[in-house]
Design a protein around this ligand. Structure first.
Ligand code: 5GP
Ligand code: ZN
Length: 112
């Protein structure tokens, strides 16, 4: 499949693994926007949140719960942000659903 994140999950493209389980794979973003910037990616190829279906509800919850668990591991007790960019206006550049976990500095609001 011609998908960057499917290739990373398969190990065909190297990545800095942070976590993996039956449902997802998490790794360091190659262009970090904060001291902690982790991508949490479902093993299932879903192009974006807009393509998720009711059968993906458990998976979507698992991605967010995994972000919270990784935030605890990375000592982000002061706070952090989870982000899903969707579509062109949402700033999505890789068309395989993923959750960004950002922390380690004060984050601005509203985002750009
Ligand atoms: P998006 O813009 O789709 O929400 O997020 C895609 C993210 O993937 C970006 O933050 C970008 O830095 C990251 N990224 C793109 N290519 C690679 C790669 O080859 N390896 C890793 N680790 N991250 C990547
Ligand atoms: Zn994919």
């Amino acid at each position: 499949m011609d998908c960057l994140f499917c290739k990373i999950i398969a190990g065909a493209i190297p990545s800095s693994k942070i976590h993996e389980d039956a449902l997802c794979y998490a790794f360091a973003d190659i262009h970090p926007q904060a001291p902690t910037h982790v991508l949490i990616v479902p093993r299932k190829h879903i192009a974006s949140l807009a393509e998720a279906t009711p059968e993906d509800l458990t998976l979507l919850g698992h991605l967010q719960a995994t972000a919270a668990a990784l935030a605890r591991q990375h000592n982000l007790a002061r706070g952090y942000r989870t982000v899903i960019n969707t579509g062109d206006d949402g700033g999505q550049t890789v068309h395989h659903l993923h959750v960004h976990l950002l922390g380690g500095r004060a984050l601005h609001w509203p985002p750009g």
